[in-house]
Structures are given as structure tokens and as C-alpha cells.
Design a protein around this ligand. Structure first.
Ligand SMILES: Nc1nc2c(c(=O)[nH]1)N[C@H]1C(S)=C(S)[C@@H](COP(=O)(O)O)O[C@H]1N2
Ligand SMILES: [Mo]
Length: 263
């Protein structure tokens, strides 16, 4: 599995990372050509795990003592800050788009639904991985309530963080609506209904911390770290993601990463 991950490693970033509690992947980062070549792969060709095969799960003893937070770690959006101040009591998530029964979910709604707990390894394209325990509601259970229309092909996640303001401190700047659009991501319906695809509200038995995407994030264990969208604000079912951002299906995809990032 690690060998297969190598061809997806983005050049740079991996070198010199010292991570307590996380593993450096044994890897030789390749150049940007490999990344672009990968983009040409179709969804099916890019699948590295056979269809419907679950990602590996681990015993609790393997959970990383420190799990590296990455990407946005402290969203500055005033609406998000207000939610943090109220301990997310006022948070609710609309689920709409191409569905028969659009509705919003509070955290209490989600916690009252069936839950799944899984200990999995998160692999970041930067070349590190950490093992964590995640608890949440299967996305399939949420979709069953809103009833996707037959033409729905993608589940799109709209987020509270804005790129360029919420990333690492050296890149942080003032919030600018135009130049710092909200982070977004998307997945296909096939992966959306995998049993390990969950909307996680807890990590290692605690409420999801802000740095890891509070109060709700996606865990999609058959794909790489960057597909595991944090700070979910709303969910939209769509038949195409061409109208969003630069049209590649997510913030990271708009930067050149593959839309399907199989482990
Ligand atoms: N909303 C949002 N989700 C995101 C990101 C981000 O910047 N914003 N970064 C992605 C990347 S590259 C990784 S590796 C993981 C990091 O998750 P962690 O902070 O729990 O380690 O979140 C992913 N999901
Ligand atoms: Mo990542």
C-alpha cells in the first residue's frame, strides 16, 4: 500500500518533517508530472482498493499519541468563531441540492443516529501518516433520510474555513471574501455509501477538536487525507461540480491534486 501511495506524493513538504507519534511514509516523492499523469486516470482505473473493500482498521493500541493537524487548523470566519464560543450548540448543517427531502441536522440529531467507530490510518500526500479513532454517523444514513434524486452523482461538502487565511501561520492573512473562498470538497456516490465513510463528531473518544475539523468532518478511509473534509458547514448533492471553484471538485483538486485519491 505504501508503494502505491508513492506515486501520489507531491514534491516538497515531506522533507524534514519531524512528527512525534506519526510515521513518515517510506517514500520517494516524485515530481509534478506524476501528479498530472494521475489526474488523467478515470475513477475506476484510479481505484487501488478493489470496489467495496474496506480500508485497514487497527487495534486501539496502535492509535498515534500525537495526530498531526494539517491544512486549516483554526478557521477565522466570524460565523465559525461564534459557533466555537457557544460550544457548537447553535451549529446545524443543511443537506440539500438534488434530494427529495432537504433538511438540516443538529449535532444532537446526528448523535441520535446509528454510529460507527473505526481506528484507521490517515495518509497525507505530504508523506506522513497517523492512526486515529473516529466515531460518527455513516454518511449513507444521512443520505437515506434526505433521499438523493437519481441524477445526484456527487456529495459536495461546503466548509467554514477559507484557504489562505486558515492554513499555517506563515501563510495566514486577513480574511478576504473574494481571494479566500470557502474550502470545499466532493466525493462520488459510490464512496459516499461505503460503511467507513462517516461524518465524524468524535476523535479518540473526545468531541472533535477545532484543529481536526470541529464539530463535524468527513472520514473517507479508502482515500487520502486531503479528501477527509473538515469544518463541514453544509452538504449539497449535485450532478456536476464544474460550477464550483475552478471546477475540479475541491480546493485541493483546484491546486492540481487528483479528484479520486485512493490509498
Ligand atoms: N476544510 C478542510 N478540510 C481539510 C483540509 C483543510 O485545509 N480544510 N486539509 C486536508 C488535508 S491536506 C489533510 S492531511 C487533513 C488533515 O486532517 P487533520 O488536521 O485531522 O490531520 O484534512 C483535510 N481536510
Ligand atoms: Mo493532506
Amino acid at each position: 500500500m505504501r508503494i502505491k501511495l508513492d506515486r501520489r506524493l507531491f514534491v516538497g513538504g515531506a522533507a524534514g518533517l519531524a512528527l512525534a507519534g506519526c510515521d513518515r511514509l517510506a517514500s520517494t516523492p516524485r515530481g509534478k508530472e506524476a501528479l498530472n499523469a494521475g489526474e488523467a486516470l478515470t475513477y475506476d482505473a484510479a481505484k487501488l482498493l478493489p470496489p467495496n473493500q474496506l480500508a485497514p482498521e487497527y487495534p486501539a493500541s496502535q492509535i498515534s499519541k500525537v495526530f498531526k493537524p494539517n491544512g486549516s487548523i483554526d478557521p477565522k470566519d466570524p460565523a465559525y468563531k461564534a459557533l466555537v464560543a457557544a460550544k457548537f450548540a447553535d451549529w446545524s448543517m443543511p443537506v440539500g441540492g438534488l434530494v427529495e427531502a432537504p433538511r438540516s441536522f443538529t449535532l444532537a440529531d446526528l448523535r441520535a443516529m446509528p454510529s460507527r467507530t473505526q481506528v484507521t490510518r490517515h495518509d497525507c500526500v505530504e508523506g506522513w501518516s497517523c492512526i486515529g479513532q473516529w466515531t460518527g454517523v455513516p454518511l449513507s444514513a444521512v443520505l437515506a433520510l434526505v433521499k438523493p434524486k437519481p441524477e445526484a452523482r456527487y456529495v459536495v461538502f461546503h466548509c467554514y474555513d477559507r484557504y489562505g487565511t486558515d492554513y499555517t501561520t506563515e501563510q495566514a492573512g486577513a480574511l478576504d471574501e473574494e481571494n479566500n473562498p470557502p474550502f470545499y470538497g466532493s466525493i462520488g456516490m459510490g464512496d459516499a455509501v461505503q460503511p467507513q465513510t462517516i461524518l465524524a463528531y468524535a476523535m479518540n473518544g473526545q468531541d472533535l477538536p477545532v484543529e481536526h475539523g470541529a464539530p463535524l468532518r468527513l472520514r473517507i478511509e479508502r482515500q487520502l487525507g486531503y479528501k477527509n473534509t473538515k469544518y463541514i458547514r453544509s452538504i449539497e448533492l449535485m450532478d456536476s461540480y464544474a460550477s464550483l471553484g475552478d471546477g475540479k471538485g475541491g480546493y485541493w483538486e483546484d491546486q492540481g491534486y487528483e479528484w479520486y485519491a485512493g490509498i
